[in-house]
Design a protein around this ligand. Sequence first.
Ligand code: ASP
Length: 434
Amino acid sequence: MKLHTKIMLGLATGLLAGIVTNLVLGESSRYHGALEFVIANATDPIGQIFLRLLFLAVVPLVTASLALGVSNLGDLRTVGHLGSRTLAFFVLLTVVAVLIGMFLIRVFEPGRNFDPAMQVQLMEWYGGGTHQVIEKSREIAFTVMTFVEMVLPRNILRAVVDMQMLPIIMVSLLFGGMLMKMPGPVRGSLERALTGLNAFAVSVVDLAMRLAPVAVACLVFGIGARFGFSMLKPLGLYVLLVFAGYTIHTVVVYSGFLALVARFSPVRFFKAARPVMITAFSTSSSNATLPTTLKVTRDDLNVPAPIAGFVIPLGATINMNGTALYEGMTVLFIAEIFGIEISLLQQAVIIVMTVLTAIGTAGVPGGSLPLIVLVMQTVGVPAEGIGIILGVDRLLDMGRTVVNVTGDMVTAVCLSRPIARADAKNAGFSNRNA
Ligand code: ASP
């Protein structure tokens, strides 16, 4: 049996077992304590081993693949060219995603006749979580200095310890740019060291992926068994619409870009992308998925290493199409529940803010929640309203992370063919470069 079939089986089995366990041994059951014990001492630790192996690979992989990718691009002009095309793709895909999401809410109005008693109850239930999210959102400030801090760390080791991806990416880009200018022997030895680091990270990912079938089952079992399915009833239409948005963006927009821009078969793409999509779904983290995304993009989608090494880490950090789609929908949905009219101008503000905040979202579970609060406040929606959707956020997070990482692979494929492909050949790239 192929590995991705095994992972798929693991996902289905874990999810099904989790849901059944939740329904049979729900909150009130006397076996609830035993269930928590099993999750805390068996399934969660196995899932964590998988996650930690993936995280172990992230920093060496990003550093090596970005620095080697940039230095192999040959000259800074090519880097600039690729950089601007990458950013243009990211912004375009993100804007399309927000528009799809906002359109769905405007048409179906899931918050219009929301039961006021349920609204109060949900906000009460999730009061604690809401408080934490609002506190976090207070720490966010958009100043020129925060931007400098975001991209150039005072201390790179702290950025590594905290896994702040943007500074790590910037320093790796700088390193790659400087490598180009170094004298041959120095450059050669540094590149050999980076290649070794890359090989180490790839072996760690291989090891993690061998654990994936069991680990994915364990991760989704825990989520399914703990999930509050009673939340799905009052929020059913909203959840359904968010998933419809994810599906439209993934199936229609991504396939359209693949077929029209890259002339790449969407069927072939989605077949290759399966392990990445499943890892994203079960971890809810673009960062944790990054090593798998990079491997599949290079090895199975045949994107030249310098392009994959450049686009994928950048995408995992700033290209969050699913997050933007979800943010736009959530702000409008909560506004509807509160009976707040959102003008056309405010909708334009929401689009700009969601694109910016999606860029700033960390690729970790629930990374976008504090930023949604910021968007809500900008258009006059009470921050406490976020409590209404907290109960279903984990489920929606799994879906949006899948859309986020898929968008990165689509961009990499689009940029690698046909133009960049030709550039790559001219510049003498080869997949062996990184
Ligand atoms: N979990 C998402 C990711 O890692 C971020 C978010 O929207 O919360 O891509």
